[in-house]
Design a protein around this ligand. Sequence first.
Ligand SMILES: Cc1cc2nc3c(=O)[nH]c(=O)nc-3n(C[C@H](O)[C@H](O)[C@H](O)COP(=O)(O)O)c2cc1C
Length: 466
Amino acid sequence: MTSTDPTDVPYPNAQLHFGVFFQGVNHWTIWSDPGSGSQIDPASFRKVAQTAERGLFDAFFLGEGLRLREVDGLIHDLDVAGRPDAITQLAALAAVTDRIGLVSTSNTTFNEPTDLARRLSGLDLLSEGRAGWNVVTTDNAWTGANFRRGGYLDHADRYVRAEQFLTVARALWDGWADDAVADSREAPSWATPGAVRRVRELSSQFDVDLVPSLPRSAQGHPVIFQAGDSSEGRDFAARNGDVIFSAHGTEFDDALSFATDIRTRLRAAGRPGDDLRILPGTEIIIGRTEKEAREKARWVRFAQVTPATALNVASLLWGIDLSDRDADGPLPKEDPVVIENTGAFGARRVADPRATVARWRAEAEHHGWSLRETVIALGPQRGHVGTPEGLADKFTHFARHGAVDGFNITPYLIPEGLDDIVELLVPELQERGVYRTEYSGTTLREHLGLREPLSRRAVNPHRRAG
Ligand SMILES: Cc1cc2nc3c(=O)[nH]c(=O)nc-3n(C[C@H](O)[C@H](O)[C@H](O)COP(=O)(O)O)c2cc1C
């Protein structure tokens, strides 16, 4: 792919926005590398966030998992222990960074809006307008067992609750007028009289009646991210989101068709097609030559899919314990056991194991692959591999054709994994005019080039009276 004539593309002025997704639960981060830090050492978070800021990234991003995943009553071995609460962790990072956005994934199924909106508001104030909230409904049924309601909402109800949750959060955030804080020492109160509105929200999920306790931040309120890929999830993002974190960023056609779908849904929701940023998650593997990049990718894959990991992935697919097998030997002879995927245990089983195993067998036989090589070749594929120049051309093409607005990058090494992206890829993107050369604003909303919060617009379904 070569760089395109910028005048001959649908989005000639497109700019790429990068986030870094510091992962907690996966087998994609290579903790076994001698250069790896610890997943719980504050130095790891600090180094990644500061490197991202040096690379002028928009955001440092954290997922949420409130319980370790289990398979058949046993902790899923691919999970790393120790994921500090995101908002707490981001508050610590706010103190050692100046510009980068700080995004917390926090679910709407098990939280309560009066509490979560206040905590996010706190992060937004303490970071001077750099907070983001990735709104997820969470499909983690096993998480719910430890919450007061002890249960789980149906998929459709989760989005109903999410929408009502966001309505309450927005009302709380908008409860203070912009100039509500009394700024005179002689003022009779902490707020200008009449500038703080009592919030009353009654819906099927919530009954809220209170005066919000925190003023607005430098960016109004936290930027709203969304991650959830169903039709309901996409519509929810189109109605409510500023950014969508997707899983559609590897193949150009898939990315473009996702982006086109989101833009159609945005317009249907009464918003301009460019009102939301699309940032797929991706891994980026860089080599100085194509050959070096391919060799590095091979090293990365083998380091990610260790023999134990290969057996773990295969056990999930086959539905039987394969931990005593030889990962470097042939595929198991047994037929897979079809177990209903109740979502109750955490780690997902494959939807149609018989068909998948049949395909794996055929491919493994054809190529002479071991079980581990088969997992590497046919298991989940992710990310982009190439030289800085080649990747910069490719990403410029993606951006100028409207397939993505950037990427939420998952480093395969912590804490050094962003170094070559910042040092080698970012300058190439800057040279092509698709990446900032300095931060022009101070808030996350400004970094992302977003309009004012939805609830503050003149014509908007979210605008509240008063
Ligand atoms: C890219 C992506 C990232 C997600 N990250 C999280 C997460 O960190 N924590 C979580 O509980 N759920 C996460 N989810 C799951 C969503 O909360 C949601 O439950 C799930 O995608 C099912 O909704 P859907 O059918 O609309 O996709 C993520 C989903 C996507 C697509």
